[in-house]
Every structure is written in C-alpha cells, then in structure tokens.
Design a protein. Structure first.
Length: 752
C-alpha cells in the first residue's frame, strides 16, 4: 500500500536503519522545520476552600509551627465515613491537656462539583488511556509496598492476585499509585502513575526472593537465613551476608519503609502507604543474630536523611555480637515521625490471611515417646504458631496506629478496597500551641468525637520541633532536572511533547525511538552580537524499568545561535529533537524527558509508557505506531510533518498517515513469504467510531522478519476536535489460532 514520501523516509530511518541512531543526537541547533507552536495546556484553578469541604491543593496537611498545630483525623460510623461534623463535635488534647480548636475543615479527595453525565462503558478491546494529572487533580496518592523480604512464596502469590484486582476493578482514574518492593533500591516517586499497564507489569514481576526471612509457607523459616538447629551459632555473615542478601532482612525492610515515607513526604497533600507483609515484629527473637538497633530519632534531621548501614560489630571492631532478642522500636518510631511530618497515613496488611495453625501434611517433627506426647507436640506447634502470628503484627500495629491508619488481619482478600475508601476524605483540626509544645520531646495527641457510635482515628502525636527546624518546606514544583524526572507530575513551565515508540532492527536490536517537541516561546533568548539570538538548554532523558530502576540516562546541552530569520521561524514552529535508546530488557518501560532553560531555570517534562516485547518468543509482535500528516491535505510543507509526528496533533480535514512494523510472523513453507492482514480502528471516549477495511500487507522487497505496513485516514467531519485512539490489528493467517493476532495503539488529537 502507498504511504507519503515523508513517512517512507522516516520508516526507513526508524525501522530499518536504526544503527545510525543508537544514541541520542549530539547537542546541536535542531534542523529547522515548520509547525505552529501549540498553546500550553491550561492548568485549572483549584477550588475555593470553605469551612466544610476543602479540596487539597499545594498545602501541607500536617503543620507544626509556633502559630498552629494542625493534624488530620478520620471519623467513621460502622464502615462509613462521617463528613458533616463541626468543631463543637470534637475535643483535642495534647499530653492530656485540652486545647482550644481554632479551625476545622473537612477535606474531600473525591471529585468536586456536580456529578458529570455518565459516559457509556468502553467497548471490549478499547485501549484505556492513562490520566495525565496535575497536583491539584490527584484524588488519592497510594504507595502499595510489598515486603518481599518478609513474605512467603504462597503469600506473594496471593498478594499478586489481590493487587491486580485492585488495579483492574477498584482504582479510580485520578488515583496516583505505585507498586514498590522492599528488596529494591529505588526512589519512592519514580513509579507513581495512573497507567494500569505500568502497575500490572510491576505486580507481575513480584516474586519470592531467597533473601526473604520467610520460607515457602507462612510458618516456615527460610533455610538460607535460619539458625543452625544445633551445634553452635551461625553468624550473620555466614547466613544472610553469605548468600548475597546484604544483611538482616528485617532491618532492610524498615530501611526501605523509611526511605519511601521520606519520599512520599515530598509530595503535596495527604498520602497513604499500604504495607503487605507476613512478618513485622516489634522485637525480633532470633538467637545468635543481632541486627543493628538504630539510635533514637534525631530531632531536626530532615525528611531526606537516610539510615546508616548497620555496623559490622559492636564497638566497630568488625566482629559480630549476638543477642537473644533485638528491639526495632527506635527505627519504627523514626518511620512514624517521617510519616507524621510528611502527611503519610500508614496501613498494613497481614498477608498470611486467615492462617491455619494446626498441623498439615507438610509438617514433620519428632514425637515424644511418652504417653500423650503426640497431643502435646501438636498443642505446642499450634501455640507457637499463634504466638508467631501475634508477634509478627506488633511492628505493623505501631506504624498504623500512630499514623492514623489501621491493620488488616485475618482476611484473605486483604481489604485493599476498604483501605482505598478510607482515603476518600479527612478532617483537618488545628489549635494554637503553647510554649512547652516546642521542647523537642514527643507530645501525645488525643482526639475525641461526640456522638453515639462514632470512631475517630488520628496521629499518635509529634515531636516538639517546628516544621522549619525539622525539614525544609516541601516543594511541589521541582527545581532541577533530576527532581523533574522523578516527580510523579508533569512540569509545564516549558511546554514539552513526546512521542516514543518501540522498534527493532537486525543490527541494533530493540530500541525506543523518540520525537521530542519544545515550544520555543517558553525559552529565554538573549540578544548577541551581529543581531544573533541565543539560548541554551539542558536535556536529560531517563528510561525507568521495573520498580523505578534506571535502565538508561543521558544528559546533554543544546546551544541555539540564531539569525533574525531563523529566530522568527523557531518561535513560529518550535524545536524538535529525535533520538533512539537501545533497550536490553523487555517490559513496560517509562521514558521521561526533562528540559531546562539555563537562563531562567524553567523546566518542562514529558513522559510515555512503552511496552517493549520479548522478541525471543515466537509470538506475532508489532512495533509502535508512527503518525504523520499527509502534507497536501493538511496544507503543510514536507518538513512540518516531523513536528506532527512529535506532537500527534492534526488539523481537521487532514489525512492522518500511520505506519508500523510486524515482527515474528510465520513464513509459508513454499514461498517463504508471510501472509499478513491489517485492520484499523479508531476510538473516542472508549467508543468505536471508525473501522477500516481489512488490508493485505505486501512483503515484496522487505526484510521478511520486519514487514512494514501503513495506511491513511481522512479526518473529515465525522472526526470533530478532540482526543482519539488509533488501534491497528494485524492477523497472521499462518500462525496458530492462539498466536494469530497482535494489536498496537497510539493516541492523537485533532485541534484547530
């Protein structure tokens, strides 16, 4: 089938000759092409707060300063929140002494305003677009933290099922969610997303680790870390450090939780952290191993402070020391303090569900030869397991009760929906502190609510240190490239647009091909000699893999030195950069780009999730879809089509031209040629509005392992201004029925 000359050239460049673009284009003045610069997307104004229903914007929920102490509280009756109380319904006490409430408001995290008109349910097979959120548009921010260092094999399997159910059925579109692991060294903010594909990919990657302190089932000890049954004591080096796990696994769990709590504290509004674990004790009773017992919480250390590594031995002499029991109270208290200061509510789920403490066929032990020995042994096992269950919840109980959350136990469905519903709103209660409030000691807070059947949950208290002394004021807008890249929100001081797609070549392998647009009106130009107009940019690109790990990053500088005519053209059309990033590991990858104006310091970001398939498997697979405009129908020059590819924005009446590549198709045994067909579908708001004809893909003159196809669609009156999704369905008639079809989609916009 015929496609435009421009698209033919780009297809060759993207799909067939990527060896020339395996790394980003060096910093340089981009080649000029023409396209009208898009207007920056307007940011809706936050709703106006009032006394009874406040919408969270860029505010600190928890405030502790010399003029106001403000905490959050949730009031329930049965399983429902109570939202219509006034200050007269509450009493608040600091260290048992009553304080006068000076302000009270209820903050709703649910959508404000009248209910919108119900939209039809998406048709089967319609691609689901992730929401692009500004900070004030987020309803709930939820970190789902899977303690794979403290879960059994069977608990991990159950957790995966329940987390998938939450993502697929219970998560709201404006929920910002992350799936994190305690065993991973990652930033807490890198994985927050509204994209179900990213979340489901992170859930699917969860697996039992040999470094877990729990074995195959909830009552078994991991043989890699357990103590020798007899004949002496194994050292920590011989057990946990010896298997490459890096030390005591519970200490590592708490270290990760503290790191995540600190990261959440940099986000605006009230956040929740839901911890899934089999074992979170307050005191660890394990003869022969003594993990590091952290010092008390350092007052005013800052939310970004990290715990020190455990010392090698007592007194720093490098030798191990051994205790029968080790308390983790101090480190638990430090996590609580970060959560309180950062407006983080902690919930916990005992992933053992409804455990059966009786003996099973998997149990084996030596029975006593005395009369009744079997019965006593069975009673001892059951009693020991009951104690183990109780003690394994004590640490989680501390974290949840002191931060205003709750512990879910004896539940096989984990009650994640209940946890999410608990985040639908909360009260802010403020009072004026007294002199002794800031004595650098911990102060207990109690809140009482009047009314039959009402239950209130709030924080246990706070350290008597002002916010200014304990940490720098949290920033919502990042101020550097790294902060912008790891922020869960797009930064829009500079308008940046991104179109990134997967491709594969015989010489370069899999790669991400990206087109990046920058609005030149947002840049700071200075006048130079001889009428030149100068600007300088920093660009940094990062590919995040599973759990926020950085798989690729590159930073470069671009200097613009433009004559008057070039300057006018750049202002009119903007800038486009394009480059390719090699990809070694398949999966749902997050590609993010940040641009910084070196003169003004202004930032802009864009991000996209790209699914990179595993081409080692023999399944039919498609590349990403490349979009362009038929220049004749759109009234554009050939050079302008490059900007259309980056922006994915088309004028009404244009011919939308698209292309893709097909990999792993089956070949006819006699002709050695594939037999492929494609069909195009277009969706709007989840509804199918266009279905194209079934077209045969012509393999003539092409690499039989990389068949390029494409077509065009007239964007006539039946395509009004708005957002759309284009889907391509390719069928391999030679493949097995279960592997015969593959689909790919991309979103685009029609705008005047």
């Amino acid at each position: 089938m015929r496609i435009s000359n421009f698209l033919s050239l780009v297809l060759v460049f993207c799909f067939l000759i990527p060896g020339q673009a395996q790394t980003p284009v060096p910093a340089q003045t981009p080649a000029p092409t023409t396209s009208p610069a898009p207007a920056a997307s307007p940011t809706p104004a936050p709703s106006t707060p009032d006394q009874t229903d406040t919408k969270v914007d860029e505010q600190d929920v928890i405030r502790i300063d010399t003029k106001l102490v403000q905490i959050d509280a949730v009031v329930t009756k049965g399983s429902k929140q109570v939202t219509d109380l006034t200050a007269a319904d509450f009493e608040i006490f600091e260290d048992g002494k009553p304080r006068t409430i000076t302000n009270l408001s209820y903050v709703s995290t649910m959508p404000a305003g009248p209910a919108s008109v119900a939209k039809p349910s998406p048709v089967p097979g319609a691609p689901a677009l992730p929401s692009i959120l500004r900070p004030h548009e987020v309803h709930r921010t939820i970190a789902l933290v899977v303690d794979d260092l403290g879960m059994s094999f069977q608990s991990i399997d159950q957790a995966k099922r329940q987390l998938k159910k939450f993502v697929n059925e219970q998560r709201a579109p404006n929920d910002l969610v992350a799936v994190l692991r305690t065993s991973a060294e990652m930033g807490a903010r890198q994985q927050f997303t509204t994209d179900s594909r990213v979340l489901l990919s992170a859930i699917e990657s969860l697996q039992w680790t040999s470094c877990s302190r729990v074995g195959k089932n909830v009552f078994s000890e991991n043989r890699e870390t357990r103590q020798a049954a007899s004949g002496g004591i194994e050292s920590r080096h011989e057990t946990e450090r010896g298997n490459g796990c890096g030390g005591d696994s519970y200490w590592q769990t708490l270290k990760s939780l503290r790191y995540i709590a600190a990261g959440l504290g940099t986000l605006s509004g009230r956040k929740s952290m839901v911890i899934f674990s089999d074992s979170m004790p307050e005191v660890k009773k394990l003869a022969g191993v003594s993990p590091y017992n952290p010092p008390p919480v350092p007052v005013g250390s800052g939310a970004s402070a990290m715990p020190e590594d455990p010392p090698k031995g007592e007194g720093g002499d490098g030798t191990d020391h051994f205790d029968v029991a080790t308390s983790y109270q101090d480190l638990l208290a430090r996590i609580v303090e970060y959560a309180i200061r950062g407006s983080v509510v902690i919930y916990a789920v005992d992933t053992r569900g409804v455990p059966d403490t009786t003996l099973s066929a998997a149990d084996s032990f030596k029975l006593s030869g005395t009369t009744g020995g079997a019965g006593r042994e069975m009673q001892n096992v059951s009693s020991t397991r009951s104690t183990q269950i109780f003690e394994g919840r004590l640490g989680a109980s501390i974290l949840t009760s002191q931060t205003g959350g709750f512990l879910v136990s004896n539940s096989n469905d984990f009650e994640i929906k209940r946890v999410a519903e608990d985040q639908q709103g909360y009260y802010l209660i403020g009072y004026r502190p007294v002199g002794e409030t800031f004595d650098r000691k911990f102060h207990d807070i109690k809140v009482r609510v009047k009314g039959s059947g009402l239950v209130v949950r709030t924080r246990a208290g706070f350290y008597g240190v002002t916010d200014n002394d304990s940490r720098a004021k949290l920033r919502v807008v990042p101020t550097n490239l790294d902060a912008a890249l790891t922020s869960p929100f797009d930064v829009s001081e500079i308008t940046v647009r991104l179109s990134s797609l997967f491709a594969n070549a015989s010489d370069a392998g899999s790669l991400l091909r990206s087109f990046i647009y920058v609005n030149a009106h947002d840049l700071s130009f200075t006048d130079g000699p001889n009428g030149m107009h100068n600007a300088a940019l920093q660009l940094k690109s990062v590919v995040f893999g599973d759990n926020g790990r950085v798989m690729y990053e590159r930073e470069q500088t671009a200097s613009l030195q433009l004559k008057e005519q070039q300057y006018a053209q750049i202002l009119r059309r903007g800038l486009v950069y394009d480059f390719a990033v090699p990809v070694k590991i398949p999966g749902a990858l997050q590609f993010r780009i940040a641009v910084r104006d070196k003169t003004s310091g202004h930032l802009g970001t864009a991000g996209q999730v790209v699914e990179v398939p595993d081409l080692k498997k023999s399944h039919l697979t498609l590349s990403g879809i490349l979009l362009a405009a038929d220049t004749n129908s759109a009234g554009l020059s050939g050079a302008e089509s490059g900007f259309v590819a980056a922006l994915r924005r088309f004028p009404p009446g244009a011919n939308l031209t698209f292309a893709f590549a097909v990999y792993k198709s089956q070949l006819d045994k006699s002709t050695r040629a594939p037999q492929l067909t494609s069909q195009t579908r277009v969706f709007r708001d989840g509804q199918l509005i266009y279905t194209g004809k079934v077209l045969r893909l012509d393999p003539a003159g092409q690499d039989r392992q990389r068949i390029v196809g494409g077509s065009r669609i007239k964007l006539g009156s039946e395509f009004p201004v708005g957002q759309y999704v284009l889907q391509v369905v390719v069928t391999d008639t030679l493949a097995r029925e279960s592997q015969r079809t593959s689909t790919q989609w991309i979103d685009f916009e029609i705008a005047k």
